[in-house]
Design a protein around this ligand. Structure first.
Ligand SMILES: Nc1ncnc2c1ncn2[C@@H]1O[C@H](COP(=O)(O)OP(=O)(O)O)[C@@H](O)[C@H]1O
Ligand SMILES: [Mg+2]
Length: 603
């Protein structure tokens, strides 16, 4: 099965390093600013620890030369003294390194936590349309992968760049100080090897990414088939899946072996050229030593500095690609933070009296298309009038636009035409949070959060006391089944907990809504998938819930809405009929009458 290439989605994309992308990345510094008093000392310690590292080969040279009794020059001491100095330098270096790592970790963790909180805070108040157009995995990777990439930048990339620059300057300075001719020889060989290694290395990385993708694809087969194992078994297609998996794995093997060939060539070439370069430089140095231009210590220090310089140059390539990824990450994070959010409160607020509703709702000539599919008008000129406390049933075939109406009432979306009035006031005149506080939705697909049943009910009114929660559960016909669990209200539900049946989940959701005590209630096909026993329990719970509120009941089963004050028959986004059961049932050739007839056989 060909899939769009979405591998490495856990990784931030690389972005060209340009003025704009760097400007975008400045957002990192905004997050760093509160920690400047830690970050800047951290940078200083990097400088200091690089300095001490670079002093080491020089001291090594002095130590070696002192063995020859060469006590000339400025830093000429006895071997014992030099060794002691070296130990002291190492001890200082130890302290610097510790501080550097500790301080950067401190800064990195804090900035990243701030960033994650900001992103989450921003993400959760986005309008529905934002979520409709993105996949959950993509959004959560903003908060995990992209932010981690930025954290890497803060804790190591900046530091490595700074350190690299220092090492190059000091290192090249030192080897030039030791011997200029040898330095020129070295600089004409080592960078060439590094460039070849980088180009070759890039090629090999590309190959290994292909192999990873291939492996990921076979992983998908495993995941899909295990998730849908009942399908595989019901269709007796085990053999087919085995064949599919084997083929995919064989492709991995082929690719990996061919990569191995290139990796082999690469590694042996590198070994040859690196050691070749060392031989060349040392051979040249040995000649200089014979002529008395160079001491043994000089040669040793030269080789060690060269190793530092070469290693740093090679490391810059990786740093460059890290930097590109960091820019990619900041760009994606910035894009997210730039999106306009919904105008909701992000602090807990009380319902204000001036916005308290009685529950009169009217939809006036509503027209609506989803922003993602502008060309299709899902709701066409729909008008519905609900007086406080009334029960409005909305029925109609699937795809008619029933759930969409519920979304519009909750103001998940704004209608394109017409208006929605609450107690005669324009919906937009009531702050979103104040409005939604007075509504409750019992949705089609009920999600219980991972946690206890108690917490799940309390979600309707955070901070509610135990008595109210139990009372709500009783009204929702949920108390008895909850007490049937050994842990009662403390039973863990959700993905890792006890699986509740559809009817039980619904009653928990109803208890949640009862606890919230809304003025306006939206029930979306609340009884569509229930067996008759739970249906009667749920029905009863719903009757309790609907008392004294304006309720919009979306239903498949017409038996459940016979007593509604108004039944609206919706088809293809339009109101076809509306009235009471008695009125609608008498319309010859009426849609409701027909649906009703069909359901007589649906027992
Ligand atoms: N988020 C969405 N984006 C685009 N189109 C949607 C979205 N949700 C629903 N639709 C479309 O709107 C129409 C009405 O859907 P819906 O209100 O869910 O119908 P019902 O609840 O009556 O079955 C359908 O054609 C559906 O495909
Ligand atoms: Mg629906």
């Amino acid at each position: 099965m060909a899939r769009p290439r979405e591998t490495n989605k856990e990784e931030s994309p690389k972005v060209k390093i340009s003025k704009d992308s760097i400007k975008e990345a400045m957002v990192i510094f905004r997050y760093l600013r509160p920690y400047n008093n830690v970050f800047i000392p951290g940078l200083v310690f990097i400088g200091l620890s690089s300095g001490t590292t670079m002093a080491f080969p020089f001291l090594l040279k002095k130590l070696i030369d002192s063995a020859h009794g060469d006590l000339t020059g400025r830093f000429a001491f006895a071997p014992g003294t030099i060794a002691l100095i070296m130990i002291a330098v190492l001890a200082v270096q130890m302290v610097f390194s510790f501080l550097r790592i500790y301080l950067f970790t401190y800064v990195g963790e804090h900035t990243v936590a701030d960033m994650r909180t900001d992103i989450y805070r921003h993400m959760i108040i986005m309008p529905m349309d934002f979520f409709a157009q993105r996949r959950v995995g993509e959004l959560s990777s903003r908060i995990t992968a992209d932010v981690s990439q930025i954290q890497d930048a803060v804790t190591s990339v900046f530091a490595e760049i700074l350190r690299g620059i220092l090492v190059l300057i000091i290192g090249i300075g030192m080897i030039m100080y030791i011997n200029i001719k040898m330095t020129l020889l070295m600089l004409s060989v080592v960078p060439v090897i590094i460039v070849i290694a980088l180009v070759f290395g890039k090629f090999i990385r590309k190959l290994s990414r292909q192999a990873q993708d291939q492996l990921a694809e076979s992983g998908t087969i495993v995941q899909e088939t295990l998730q849908g194992i009942s399908n595989v078994k019901a269709f007796s297609n085990e053999w087919y899946e085995i064949k599919r998996y084997t083929k995919s794995i064989n492709d991995v093997v082929k690719l990996a072996i061919s990569n191995g060939r290139f990796r082999g060539i690469f590694v042996s070439f590198m070994l040859f050229s690196v050691f070749g370069a060392i031989v060349l430089v040392v051979w040249y140095g040995a000649g200089l030593m014979q002529q008395g231009h160079l001491s043994f210590g000089d040669l040793t220090a030269f080789v060690v500095y060269t190793a530092f310089v070469g290693g740093t140059m090679a490391g810059f390539a990786e740093l460059y690609s890290q930097l590109q990824k960091t820019l990619g990450a900041t760009q994606r994070v910035r894009e997210l933070l730039k999106e306009t959010s919904e105008n909701v409160e992000i602090a807990a607020v009380e319902l204000q009296d001036k916005f308290r509703l009685h529950g009169n709702v009217s939809l006036e000539n509503i027209g609506f298309s989803y922003p993602s599919r502008k060309e299709i008008e899902v709701i066409k000129d729909v008008s519905i009038e609900a007086r406080s406390g009334q029960q409005i049933a909305i029925v109609g075939p699937s795809g008619a636009g029933k759930s969409t109406l519920a979304s519009l009432l909750l103001r998940f979306y704004e209608p394109d035409k017409g208006r929605i009035l609450f107690d005669g006031k324009e919906a937009s005149s009531i702050p979103l949070t104040q409005l939604r506080k007075q509504m409750a939705l019992v949705p089609q697909d009920i999600l219980l959060f991972g946690g206890t049943i108690l917490e799940n009910i309390a979600y309707g009114k955070p901070g509610a006391d135990l008595e109210d929660i139990h009372a709500a559960a009783r009204k929702a016909n949920a108390h008895d089944f909850i007490m049937g669990f050994p842990e009662g209200y403390e039973t863990i539900v959700g993905e890792r907990g006890v699986k509740l049946s559809g009817g039980q989940r619904q009653r928990v959701a109803i208890a949640r809504a009862i606890l919230k005590d809304p003025v306006i209630l939206l029930l979306d096909e609340a009884t569509s998938s229930l067996d008759s026993e739970s249906e009667s329990l749920v029905q009863e719970a719903l009757q309790n819930l609907m008392k004294n509120r304006t309720s919009f009941v979306i239903a498949h089963r017409l038996s459940t809405i016979r007593n509604a004050d108004v039944i609206v028959v919706l088809e293809d986004g339009k109101v076809k009929e509306s009235g009471t059961h008695q009125e609608l049932i008498t319309i010859e050739e009426g849609l409701y009458r027909n649906l009703n007839k069909l359901q007589l056989f649906d027992a």
